[in-house]
Design a binder for this molecule. Sequence first.
Ligand SMILES: Nc1nc2c(c(=O)[nH]1)N[C@H]1C(S)=C(S)[C@@H](COP(=O)(O)OP(=O)(O)OC[C@H]3O[C@@H](n4cnc5c(=O)[nH]c(N)nc54)[C@H](O)[C@@H]3O)O[C@H]1N2
Ligand SMILES: Nc1nc2c(c(=O)[nH]1)N[C@H]1C(S)=C(S)[C@@H](COP(=O)(O)OP(=O)(O)OC[C@H]3O[C@@H](n4cnc5c(=O)[nH]c(N)nc54)[C@H](O)[C@@H]3O)O[C@H]1N2
Ligand code: SF4
Ligand SMILES: [Mo]
Length: 710
Amino acid sequence: MPIETHYRACNLCEAICGLEITHENGRVLSIAGDAQDPFSRGHICPKAVGLKDIYEDPDRLRRPLKRTADGWQELDWNTALDEVAAALRQQREAHGPHATAWYAGNPSVHNSGTQLAAPGFLRALGSRSLFSASSVDQLPHHFAAWQLYGHPLLLPVPDLDRTDHWLILGGNPLVSNGSLMTAPDVAKRLQAIQARGGKVVVVDPRRSETAAKADTHHFIRPGTDVFLLLAMTQVLFAENLVKPGRLAGITDGIEALGAAVAEFTPEHVGAITGIAPAEIRTLARELAAAERGVIYGRVGVSVQEFGGLCLWLINALNLLAGHLDEPGGYMFATPALDVLGKPGPYNRYDRYRSRVRQAPEFMGELPVACLAEDMLTPGAGQLRALVTSCGNPVLSTPNGGQLDAALAGLEFMVSIDIYLNETTRHAHYILPPATGLETAHYDVSFHALAIRNTSRYSEPLFDKGPDARYDWEIFEGLRQRLEAGDAFDVATAPAPENPEAKIDLGLRYGAYGRTGLSLDKLRDNPHGIDLGELQPRLPAALRTENQRINIAAPLFLADLDRARCVLTAGLLVSDNQLLLISRRELRSNNSWMHNLPRLIKGRNRCTLQLNPADAAARQLVDGQPVRVRSRVGSIELPVEITPNLMPGVVSMPHGYGHARPGTRLEVAQAHAGVSINDLTDEARLDELTGNAALSAVPVWVEAADVNLTP
Ligand SMILES: Nc1nc2c(c(=O)[nH]1)N[C@H]1C(S)=C(S)[C@@H](COP(=O)(O)OP(=O)(O)OC[C@H]3O[C@@H](n4cnc5c(=O)[nH]c(N)nc54)[C@H](O)[C@@H]3O)O[C@H]1N2
Ligand SMILES: Nc1nc2c(c(=O)[nH]1)N[C@H]1C(S)=C(S)[C@@H](COP(=O)(O)OP(=O)(O)OC[C@H]3O[C@@H](n4cnc5c(=O)[nH]c(N)nc54)[C@H](O)[C@@H]3O)O[C@H]1N2
Ligand code: SF4
Ligand SMILES: [Mo]
């Protein structure tokens, strides 16, 4: 066969870059950026080659596995689906539907098959014990969108290509490639802001890769962004800089907001944040003065105790400064495929609570920080079984060690996953779907979060082969069996429905349906279709009952009391403790791409970064192994001394900690590192939204008395 070229979107992160892949006889020869993709314009990052490496990884699972006394046994698909469905039904009969929990991880939103087919399975499962990576990531964003705009998925994004002032809190897009902001080649877009005379400002306890390229960087003490944001809001009111423009007519509560923030002057919050009052004033004034400006916050301000308040205030500041729904500001995409669903009021909040801690449900899910305790605490309603899909919560959720132990005690667990890893090793069955290059893909979520309206569909590159199942076939297979019970007969059951039909229908009835957009049209345009720059969408897009924005929503105002208490009492950190934060790295993706030799090779990146002053105070030298302890655990890793960390703050990557028995990850085991989430504390939660407070964990750091192998 001759060398052929295939075009598809990379589904490894939110940037959705177009790829040009050459291949011959079922082997990938090269992966490059697709220069003809109108959105990504040829950009890729080092992770893109991971698609070839995942496809070829000898450790990737291809057939269902069942745990037996003699180890893992391969099963054929029908037997595996029959046995799993029977076990799930048995659990339901024995303990009721809610005793079986579900955890969906991050790649769920990067897989249209999973995204579209999992809901049907969950309806058949009937459990409300649903958990996901959203509660270690972005619930505050959804919460603010729901409170202000009426729907949790109505998320504004920075209009990067037209802004002249970009203020970033707790995001490192030059490494993450952007999040809740789909913007391929963010580095070039950032440079373009500077080239047209604009300014980029970063607020981060670490001088991140993005901060290094910004015009200004401010260190902030982790977890205190809420105070900075309150003070910036106070400055806008105090200095008469509030100018919501055309949105004034549809916004309620502006006065009430001014009254609520009045006490939070820059002088009042300066000490706790570590940012001088004059600098706080400048941050507020510059945002207000910018003709086209935007303040944007991401993981760093979302995974903290006041994540909900932070995201509220980020939205509020954009509105007050006249940047909401304005070109160059904070805008809403108009996706080709609508993700909001049925019109009508959104009421998925506090309809039920987590079992032990009584944390409220939001968006139909409970905080994953509560998952382990709801499994471990005996009594009525105890969680006995778990289904995971696309997730590795042992490494990705707070106090992963506790969850690790809880999973070992479950009566039944099944994982839909491509690896036998730290989490799935506890499963009784693993069902591995075809993945990546073997699948068709449409970015259901990320076109809706993109800084430009675009649409792109990817065909599978390789045939998955007769022995593999797509993720949607697995979900549909389980759904049918749960619904039919003993009456299920594989010979007569209808073939699982390919969710692609839903995409086609959505496109035809969507915002661009009239212009002829359909799946066929996307098939004819393999580089994707540009649908133009972002358009103002308010008030029509609002989903609030009265079609107005209440910028002083009562849930936020009430939550201010928690912030007031902390401001009065100060942070609960002793003199010899440091505050732990996380970092991401370019050649890795959360916990699951460490088994790919090309990406993991090189120096050990699982290090504890700390400031020279903090190192000197502890008499530590670069590279020395240290022990890091928190309320919940203790780990050891080498120290990396760098002025890029704010004094009093330490940083390490998440997603490591692969040295656990019973996994099938040969490469990752050799680069095991340790898990930051063996230190993060499940008790630390943003009580408003249920998001885990992974940032600003108080820890003790001291020299380790044993040598670590590098
Ligand atoms: N301390 C700390 N913890 C964090 C973070 C942090 O910054 N600091 N970040 C948080 C964030 S933002 C996130 S999103 C979470 C991520 O948390 P998780 O989603 O729980 O973890 P991942 O590492 O993304 O694990 C992905 C899993 O999906 C599997 N997988 C990959 N591709 C496929 C596929 O096509 N199909 C199926 N079925 N499975 C697949 C992988 O094998 C792996 O088991 O971690 C969070 N945890
Ligand atoms: N290469 C790579 N890309 C990825 C991922 C990956 O693992 N690797 N993960 C993907 C996922 S799931 C996500 S959600 C996105 C995340 O995308 P981003 O949010 O852009 O990524 P992070 O690197 O987590 O950036 C968080 C920043 O917040 C800072 N920070 C920590 N605590 C605080 C705080 O209290 N206040 C402030 N102001 N800043 C703080 C950290 O120092 C860090 O620079 O990245 C995605 N892209
Ligand atoms: S930036 Fe994200 S989407 Fe683009 S190539 Fe890298 S991993 Fe893929
Ligand atoms: Mo994430």
